[in-house]
Design a binder for this molecule. Sequence first.
Ligand SMILES: Cc1ncc(COP(=O)(O)O)c(C=O)c1O
Length: 408
Amino acid sequence: MSEAFDVWRVRKDFPILEQRVHGHPLVYLDNAATTQKPRAVLEAIRRYYEEDNANIHRGVHTLSQRATAAHDAARERVRRFLNAARPEEIVFTRNATESINLVAQSYGRAFVGEGDEIVISAMEHHANIVPWQMLCQERGAKLVVVPMDDSGTLLMDEFERLLGPRTKLVAISHLSNALGTINPVAEIVAMAHRVGARVLVDGAQAAYHMPVDVQALDCDFYVFSGHKLYGPTGIGVLYGKASLLEEMPPFMGGGDMILSVTFEETIYNGLPFKFEAGTPDISGAIGLGAAIDYLTGLGMERVGAWERELLKYGTEALQSAPGVRLVGTARNKASILSFVLEGVHPHDVGTILDQEGIAVRTGHHCAQPVMARFGLAATVRASLACYNTREEIDALVSGLKHAREMFG
Ligand SMILES: Cc1ncc(COP(=O)(O)O)c(C=O)c1O
C-alpha cells in the first residue's frame, strides 16, 4: 500500500518543509504539537480574505452571503469527515481544549451533581484533566482515574470495575499524545453506555491519523483541533449528539447565539449557533475545510498505512540505537515515538537535534501524570505526520548518536 503513497510528492505540497535550519534540511518531527500546512490551506485562507471577507449570518450583501456559504460548507466538510448525522452536531470552537471546556461547563453544570463521578484515564492530556477537576470542585463530584500498565495500555478490567451508577461521564483520549496508545474507544463507549454514562472522546491526536466515524463509535462527544489536522490555529471542533446538545445550556452569551433579546428575557438560537457566541473564526473554519479536503484527497487509510510503516521503522531504529529507551510501547499504537536517552537530559537532546535541523518536542507534553507514572520528568517526543520519511528517522537516530557522543 505504501508504494501507492508518494511521500515525496506529498512533501511538495508543504512549502515550509523546503527550508534549511542551521544549515540542515528541516526535519519536522513535532507534529503532535502542531502540523504544517499544505498550500491548499494557505490558498483557501488567502482567497477568502482577498475575495469574500465579510461577517457571516448578518448581511444581505453579496460578500456576506458568500462568506456565510463558505462557513456553512466548512461545517458540512467536518460533518462528512466525522460521519456525523447532521451539520448542527458540529460546533466550531477555538481548539480541542475549548471544546472540552464547553462540555465540562455546559453539560457539567446541567447534569453533574454532588457525589457523581467523572471517569478519565491515566494517560490524558492536561486539557482532558483540568476542566473535569474544575467541574468536580464546583459540583462536589469525584474524578476517577483508570490506570494503565507499563506499556501504556489502559487496564480495561479496572475501567469496568470503576464504572458504576454514579458515573456521569467518561472522558478519554482516542490516541495518547505522550505515549501513542490507541484506546479501544468503541468498546469503552459501549461499556460506559451500559451504566448510563456519556462519553467524550478527545480526538486531538487521532483525527489526523485515522478515519473517525462518530456514529460507528457511538460516542456522545468528539473533539479535535484544526491546527493538528493540517489546518490553521484558532479553530476547533466539538461534535455532540444533537439530542444532548439540545439539552445543554449555552456556554457563552452574546451575538449569534440568540433568537431574540429583551432586557427581560433572551431566547437562544438553535444548534449549533447556541454554542457559537460572537463572530467566529471564519477564515479558520474555511482553512480547516480545505485541510479536510486535502487529507481526504490523500486518503485517510493510505495516510494511516504510511504512518504505521514509519512508526514501525522508527520503533525498530530507536530500539536498536544505543542508550535509547522508548516510553509507550502499547501494542495498538500510532505516530508517537516518546523516549529517553541515557545520560542526556531531554532538553539537551532537543537542543542538539535542533542544531541539526531536527524539530522534536521535549518536556512533559502537557501530560505530567503520565510522566509521574513512568517516574520521569520529561521525555523526547518525535511525532509523525503524512509528509515524514524514513530518511528523516535516520537523521533523528544519527542526531541522537551525536548527542550521546557529546555528553557521553
Ligand atoms: C490528546 C490531546 N488533547 C488535547 C490537546 C489540546 O489541544 P489544543 O491545545 O489544540 O486545544 C492536545 C494537544 O496537544 C492533545 O495532544
